[in-house]
Design a protein around this ligand. Structure first.
Ligand code: NAD
Length: 264
């Protein structure tokens, strides 16, 4: 029997066709939330994901293919969600991409896409979600930042800038809603073994002549003292806590779940 914390509520998780977003969507669905999926991928696989989530947790699901780098498509996504479910109660800003290069070599179009998808999209979704949340005096905004929202790493200028910006946006959103039933917080994961990080594992394996397992261990050894990846399920559990009544005074935090990364 599914839990009922979020029964009757609707969660939009951007970039939920893969990785952490999918973990978030499943964790919120397990609490009874209807889910609006978003993200890229094979249409048949996404339809299957949607149907499986609906069946497993007894919730309604929908999917919109908005490109989160485009304001007009984000507006269309919100019109779709309002029509289908009446509005978004839980907003998880998760869609994100990565590119690794030094500042002087960083492709300008990659910088623009990372800022658009990892940061500006959260401004658009928040501005579109807040009127409904304020009207009902309840809402949860959860921004997937990163340990890179708190500290930097060489080669990741656009990503680190976007994630620090997202932590800033989270604080301001939390202050503007401080006397309402709407909260805004950021989650800052360390390394999670998703397609986004597997690309970095592959690059490390090639650069240092390592096996896949050795490259994973090397990546963790650089940054993550626990030596273990964080999982989408662990992050989903934190998101569920942030949605609970117990978290109603948790406002504007950037909560790292990172195996000790930023404690160093
Ligand atoms: P992922 O590559 O597995 O998933 C990214 C998701 O975003 C996919 O569903 C993809 O289709 C979607 N997406 C990408 N560009 C999009 C666009 N323009 N419009 C709509 N959807 C788009 O990555 P992930 O590791 O699950 O990352 C999810 C979030 O978590 C990102 O914001 C990332 O920065 C953050 N994060 C990841 C890690 C990690 O170690 N994996 C650590 C800290 C933070």
């Amino acid at each position: 029997m599914a839990s009922t914390l979020l029964r009757g509520k609707t969660a939009l998780v951007t970039g939920s066709t893969s990785g952490i977003g999918l973990g978030m969507a499943r964790a919120l669905a397990a609490e009874g939330a209807n889910i609006v999926f978003n993200g890229f991928g094979d249409a048949a696989e996404i339809a299957q994901l949607q149907a499986a989530t609906a069946r497993e947790f007894g919730v309604q699901t929908a999917y919109h293919n908005a490109d989160m780098s485009k304001a007009g498509e984000i507006e269309a996504l919100f019109a779709f969600a309002a029509d289908k479910f009446g509005g978004i109660d839980v907003l998880v800003n998760n869609a994100g991409i990565q590119h690794v290069a030094n500042v002087e070599d960083f492709p300008v179009e990659k910088w623009d896409s990372i800022i658009a998808i990892n940061l500006t999209s959260a401004f658009h979704t928040s501005r579109l979600a807040l009127p409904h949340m304020r009207a009902q005096d309840w809402g949860r905004i959860i921004n997937l930042a990163s340990a890179h929202g708190l500290v930097g790493s060489a080669g990741k200028s656009a990503y680190v800038a976007a994630k620090h910006g997202l932590v800033g946006l989270t604080k301001v959103t939390a202050l503007e809603t401080a006397q309402t039933g709407v909260t805004a917080n950021a989650i800052c994961p360390g390394f999670v073994l998703t397609p986004l990080v597997q690309k970095q594992v592959d690059a490390r394996a090639v650069k240092d002549g390592l096996s896949n397992d050795e490259a994973k261990r090397a990546l963790l050894a650089d940054k993550q003292p626990s030596g273990e990846f964080v999982t989408p399920e662990e992050l989903g559990a934190l998101a569920v806590f942030l949605c609970s009544d117990a978290a109603k005074q948790v406002r504007g935090v950037a909560w790292n779940m990172d195996g000790g990364w930023v404690a160093q």
